[in-house]
Design a protein around this ligand. Structure first.
Ligand code: ADP
Length: 186
């Protein structure tokens, strides 16, 4: 398995792992992409996913935007995983940090929750997600952690029947991974 597990939690009978590693190498059923509304996967984790998974992920994304328009902040859509080990990429749009008084917390919560909901609808057992919004979008990392924890806990409480057995929060940046490992609480 790719990545180093820094912490592991039990949440409503499911495993949540904080991982230091490259999400594009994750051996899970689905990975989450921190996308923008137009699903133009240029930089950050999105760029890395398309570089390793192949341009078909970008083409499928373009098709989704052509059909339904831009993805709103907090929503999630699905493409194949292309050449990745993951079968699916769940693209969610986190909020751009604008000081904290523009609904950013709720929108980040929705991005995490709706990504899990998509995975649940796909019937997958394992999912790995990055620290959505905490890179280029500037959401403060320490503030993001309890939002991830709450969204995951709420999701499992509300979907006791879910196929999802394991959620990995995977970050390539050691500083961010450490913050998640230290601040994540259930
Ligand atoms: P956003 O625009 O939503 O902030 P970014 O892609 O800029 O998204 O960053 C989200 C997080 O993903 C950041 O914490 C960044 O360190 C991390 N990241 C970037 N590349 C990878 C990767 N290949 N694997 C895992 N995490 C990554």
């Amino acid at each position: 398995m790719n990545g180093e597990v820094l912490k592991e939690f039990d949440m409503e009978g499911r495993k949540v792992q904080i991982v230091l590693g490259d999400i594009t190498l994750e051996e899970v059923d689905a990975i989450v992409n921190a996308a923008n509304s137009h699903l133009k996967h240029g930089g950050g984790v999105a760029g890395a996913i398309v570089r390793r998974g192949g341009f078909e992920i970008q083409e499928e994304s373009d098709e989704i935007v052509r059909e339904r328009g831009p993805v709103r902040t907090g929503e999630a859509v699905v493409t194949s995983g292309g050449k990745l080990k993951a079968k699916y990429v769940i693209h969610t749009v986190g909020p751009v940090w604008r000081g904290g008084n523009h609904g950013e917390d709720k929108l980040l919560y929705r991005a995490v929750y709706n990504s899990l909901l998509k995975a649940h609808e796909l019937g997958v057992e394992s999912i790995s997600m990055p620290a959505i919004s905490t890179g280029i979008y500037g959401f403060p990392k320490e503030r993001a952690v309890p939002i991830f924890a709450r969204a995951i806990a709420d999701f499992f409480r509300e979907h006791g029947d879910s196929s999802i057995r394991i959620v990995r929060i995977c970050n390539i940046d050691p500083v961010t991974a450490k913050i998640f490992a230290e601040k994540f609480k259930i």
